[in-house]
Design a protein around this ligand. Structure first.
Ligand code: HEM
Length: 474
């Protein structure tokens, strides 16, 4: 993994805006309602203008930071100078005030309550449920069937989150939740690029009516509440430290400081943040594997040698090194959280430039993780690069960083490896799309069309010819 030093020097950049696209070009940011095009526009800007670039749309100045040191400054070293950006304001209209949308000091307090659900020993206790759900999916699949991969991965990761974090069976709700996500995705497609301009109105509304109905997702929010409310009502008398038990215990201890609505918001947060992201990461992983038979064979060999014909366990994970590298490398090329933002609370200096209070600063794992300054052959799928060591800090940050870093990171990493191992033990997934798959729209880096996979039982797969999948490309 490589790293080039960036010299910021003490050049007289102060007060001058960083370089970036100008004139009509900047409207490329709006992407015609397509987040994929917005990201392409940002990627081109980063490559042309370097570690920190900026442009202005109407009254709004937007910055893009594509440099590990500056990313670390924002997410970790000077994190208290920033708050979440526009995306969180829009998300709050769907999920309410939860861990993913709160600011300090409430965020810190909520994180303290929930953190035990993600401690190492607790995470270890989720492994068997993860493997069990994945093995169940493997046994439901039929040889020769063609599956919609993303839909299958969503169903599986939803079942896993339900079982591990809430002791609930979400399999019957998968269709309802998928429909909500699809509707939210479609509406966000138009809302996201121009949302910075709507935002002051949304914030004013929320200040006036903190518990007022959702502005953009009223029926979707109602549907999610209908799905999660029974979980609270069927409260488990469990001694475990899963998310629902921690929230319930806190409510009891504090005499109701945590309202039913607070608990509902957290459950909705974890259901949504905890399944769609991992499902997307797994979808791209299978997609890449199907295009790289050599890598696929190597992963199968490792799984065969370490697990053989039994189900994978927590103790196998450190030995599934290549499988872990496959998952990490897929998240380098296709990080589910492709872009997120921060905004300075006060006017600050960053990389020698003055950035005014309230400006939008975008950080993009998708853009930085494909930067040739940090990765050789940046668009190539090469799990082997992980054998040479970890990439520079914050050149790879699919889970963010600092106090607001993904709380589910250890959960997701373990789940990725266990699901790959359980499914690959039985099946080979052969790409059967005729057209190339690209990056779609929305707040999560989904494919722009269904990825169709033909299921081949592993024993038979070994003697089958390689699939013709030249249509697919990175
Ligand atoms: C591959 C899978 C995942 C990816 C790529 C991912 C990515 C991220 C990123 C980038 C953030 C930080 C956003 C920011 O700083 O503004 C985040 C936050 C969060 N994630 Fe994940 N996530 C994944 C899986 C999960 C899982 C499995 C869960 C729950 C079980 C989860 C729950 C959360 C929550 C609650 C937050 C907010 C944390 C806080 O602000 O304290 N995520 N995630």
């Amino acid at each position: 993994m490589k790293r080039e030093a960036v010299s910021y020097g003490a050049r007289a950049k102060q007060m001058k805006a960083p370089p970036g696209p100008r004139g009509l070009e900047v409207f490329g940011f709006l992407g015609g309602g397509n987040a994929g095009r917005t990201v392409n526009f940002l990627e081109r800007s980063a490559r042309r203008f370097g570690p920190i670039s900026s442009f202005r749309i109407l009254t709004k100045r937007i910055y893009l930071v594509d440099d590990p040191d500056l990313i670390e400054e924002i997410l970790v070293k000077r994190q208290h100078s920033f708050v979440r950006d526009t995306g969180a304001v829009l998300l709050r209209e769907l999920i309410g005030d939860g861990l993913l949308t709160r600011e300090e000091p409430e965020h810190r307090e909520r994180r303290r309550i929930l953190q035990p659900a993600f401690h190492r020993d607790q995470i270890a206790s989720y492994a068997d449920s993860m493997t069990r759900e994945a093995e169940r999916t493997a046994s439901d699949w039929q040889p020769g069937a063609v599956i919609d991969l993303a839909a299958e991965m969503r169903r599986l990761t939803l079942a896993i989150v339900g079982e591990c974090l809430f002791g609930a069976d979400f399999r019957g709700s998968a269709k309802g939740i998928a429909a909500v996500i699809q509707r939210v995705g479609k509406r966000s497609q138009w809302l996201v690029p121009g949302f910075a301009f709507l935002e002051p109105l949304v914030l004013a509304y929320r200040r006036a009516f903190p518990r007022g109905p959702s502005l953009f997702f009223r029926s979707e929010r109602a549907e999610l509440e209908r799905i999660v409310t029974p979980i609270i009502e069927r409260r488990r008398q469990s001694q475990t430290r899963d998310v629902i038990s921690l929230l319930m215990a806190q409510r009891d201890e504090t005499g109701g400081q945590l309202s039913d609505e607070d608990i509902r918001n957290e459950i909705v947060t974890f259901v949504l943040a905890g399944h769609e992201t991992t499902a997307t990461a797994l979808t791209w992983t299978w997609y890449l594997l199907a295009q790289h038979p050599e890598i696929e064979r190597k992963m199968h060999a490792e799984i065969g040698a370490i697990i053989g014909d039994r189900a994978a366990t927590f103790d196998d994970i450190p030995r599934l090194r290549y499988t872990s590298a496959v998952f990490a490398e897929a998240m380098r090329l296709y990080p589910p959280a492709l872009l997120f933002g921060r905004r300075p609370k006060e006017t600050i200096t960053l990389g020698g430039y003055t950035i005014r209070r309230g400006a939008t600063i975008f950080l993009s794992p998708y853009i930085t993780q494909r930067n040739e300054r940090f990765f050789e052959r940046p668009t190539a799928f090469e799990p082997e690069r992980w054998e040479a060591g970890s990439p520079p800090k914050f050149a790879y940050f699919p889970f963010g960083g600092g106090a607001k870093m993904c709380i589910g990171e250890p959960f997701a990493r373990m789940e990725g490896v266990l699901v790959l191992a359980a499914l690959a033990r039985h099946w080979r997934l052969a790409l059967s799309n005729e057209k190339a798959v690209g990056v779609g729209s929305g707040m999560i880096l989904r494919p722009d069309r269904p990825i169709l996979m033909r299921l081949e039982p592993r024993q038979a797969a070994a003697s089958m010819p390689q699939p013709a999948n030249a249509a697919a490309s990175l």
